[in-house]
Design a binder for this molecule. Sequence first.
Ligand SMILES: *[C@@H]1O[C@H](CO)[C@@H](O)[C@H](O)[C@H]1NC(C)=O
Ligand SMILES: *[C@@H]1O[C@H](CO)[C@@H](O)[C@H](O)[C@H]1NC(C)=O
Ligand SMILES: *[C@@H]1O[C@H](CO)[C@@H](O)[C@H](O)[C@H]1NC(C)=O
Ligand SMILES: [Cu+2]
Length: 797
Amino acid sequence: MDEKLRKSVTRWRLASAVLVVLCALLIILVIGIVMNKNREILAKDVPSCGLRFKSNMDTSEPEHPDIFHDLTSREMKAVQNYLISVPELNLELSNLRMNSSYIAGIDYILPPKKDVLAYLDDSRPPPARKAKVIILRGDLTPPMVEEYVVAPLSNPSYHTLIDYPNRRNPVPFSMRPFTGIEFKGISEVMKKVDAQIGDILRESYGATFNDCGDKCLFFNPNVVSSAITGDFTRRMWLQVAYLVEFYTIHPVDLLLYVNVDGSDPSQFRVEKVVYGGQYRNSLAELAADYVSGDVVKSKMAFPTVDKNLFSTLHRRGFPASPTEEQRQPQFVEPDGARYRIKHRQIEYMNWRFHVRMATYNGPQIHDVRFAGKRIAYEIGLQEIAAFYAGDAPTFRMANYIDSVASLGQRARALVPSVDCPETATYLSTRQVSDNQEGSVKSERSFCVFELNTGYPLRRHLEYLQFRGSFYGGMVDNCLIVRTILCLNNYDYIIDFIFHQSGIVETKIVSTGYIYGGVYNDQEKNYGFQIADQLVGNIHHHLFNFKVDLDVMGTSNRYETLDIKLVNVSNSKWLNGLNTIQSQIKFDRSLKKTELDAVYKYNFDTPKEHIFHNNAFKTRFNEPRAYKVQLSGMSKQILPEDKLNERSIPWARYQMAVTKYSDNEVSSSSIYGNFDGLQPVVNFTQYLADDENIVDEDLVLWMTMGMYHIPHSEDLPLTQTPGKHLTFLISPHNYFPEDPSMSSRDQVRVQLKEPSNPKAGVRVDRYFNKPNTACVSNYKETDFDKDVEENPCNILDV
Ligand SMILES: *[C@@H]1O[C@H](CO)[C@@H](O)[C@H](O)[C@H]1NC(C)=O
Ligand SMILES: *[C@@H]1O[C@H](CO)[C@@H](O)[C@H](O)[C@H]1NC(C)=O
Ligand SMILES: *[C@@H]1O[C@H](CO)[C@@H](O)[C@H](O)[C@H]1NC(C)=O
Ligand SMILES: [Cu+2]
């Protein structure tokens, strides 16, 4: 090819390339215009929806709270005003110190069950409302924790120390729950730490506790149970950490054993210290050995805090797709919400129940009825525990029994479109805690929503024409009541789920930050190294729930359906040699006493658990029962009645069944983290009297759990998939058929003329119009704007 030709070809190539690019740009432009036009059309012509029936949502606080309602702000104030006027209580509401007399929490006392049922079922007058007030008497010598009943709430006029037949009151001060005042006290110790080993801290870790600018240290407390030390002195091991987002995965190699006994923080002191794995008996000893070169220096650098720091929750990295703005799927309720809320009573389809947030135990539902009939008097959380392990003394002691932090006080704001769907209705809760006059409202601490699970509740397709050709199915639309408890690093999501088929499901799921220590070879069997110097320590999550089941009244019995092997002979019709066939059958086994009824899961003895009233049978004389199904079991392998295990005896059983007693309200207590030597509540005693449980009012104590060996994908946060633990309460020969057969959510398809398929099919949706387009009227920005203007609706400010 000559030079001229080559040049002209190159020119042509260039020109056509430019043309192609121009065309492409033009096409993109045209598509863009058309698409924008389409968007405009959508926005203009499609009606917005979700507006109707908003009047069915009355989430306000009532003037006259009904029997299951939590304390109202007015009642809390009245209790405080009354108590402050009682000279011998010496109560203070502000400028609190550890040696003040102050309120740790106020909770509603549910009246004795017989009085509640007389009111609900026999139109008797409602029993008087009463409050339980826990007062930390730092002012007494010795200091004490006192539990009072205060009543009547309409106008409080008396208070008495609650006289429990089976638990101590008052309780030693050293077993008290955590309060903000105590943590202020502990931070006083940190001033001493800075004074004594501040130089070591700066040289080793580039940070101190006080006057530290943006390079500060903080600590994670690990309660040392009295069951371990053998005495009632209040002590903790503190894991020192960098105060960054987030400190539980930024430990430094320093552990402090602190004595935080009594009500005088000036007496709080460090009794042992572990620096770089080296034990010393005092800060002074460490300081001396550091100077003389008798300790190996530990060295860690303050983390670089930016969005790429592995422990922060800023978005980072490159998303696979979508790479440009494209919104996520959204929820819409085309004709408005299909449930009603009146204060704390919720109605959905055949369901009706009340919800509340118990100060110490967390979320509870009461008087759960389906089609008008009570199934459960109460279903509620009792305790959340996390038992860690490790070579470091901190992790050996890190056996959290979380009601030490008052579970109900830890329910905080739920974020629309992340924590709950956009369509959810929110309820707020109120708590009184230390250092507060009046009560504090937690906005959006419960959410209520109907969830289209996108999963069939049931379906069948008969595709063969000669067998009738039909389809019948129904999506599992259910109502969910959700709360999330924020317990330091962990977040526990608790759902009560109401299915249209009469099944109520209770679910607990964990997410949040893990808690890790400094990695060294001794930790090898306790966790993986998952970041520089970080080990994610193994731990066992354990949860206990109470279910006060009332199936057709309070006279109930518990039977297991024991699935067994049986050998049957086929000799009547089979003339061969080997006519014995093995198959399964079940035997009904009535549980007669509490100890007879404790359930420890055994793979070799499969069984189902049913509860029923012996006076109510189906027309075939079968018991009309409710079945309890456990899907979150986890074996607790620590030896029984030893050390910290003494505070969680409920975890020995996957289910225990007791006879109802007004004195056996909860399986655990806010003192459990400290009181192992002599527990204030010893759940084993509920069983030890081995009462008859046949035709009695029965209470079920359900334990669920999960081992967690953290791995690098637990960074920055541990995720919810695979961590759903549930138990279900389902009708079992209780209804003649699936009660959801009456639901309009179902779809039936059949031939118009069974003998003439060509005539086509008919689809019946029972007035549930499909696919009518509408745009959700939900505005995400409402939340963003709200919290911008009212930061306290999401964060403690
Ligand atoms: C209470 O504690 C504070 C400081 O913590 C102290 O100044 C005060 O004297 C104490 N009061 C009593 C009565 O001991
Ligand atoms: C049934 O037969 C099998 C062997 O075929 C035997 O192992 C088992 O023990 C028998 N069970 C009963 C309940 O008889
Ligand atoms: C709890 O009570 C049971 C039964 O009375 C008893 O055996 C057990 O030792 C008690 N546990 C503690 C920690 O006191
Ligand atoms: Cu975990």
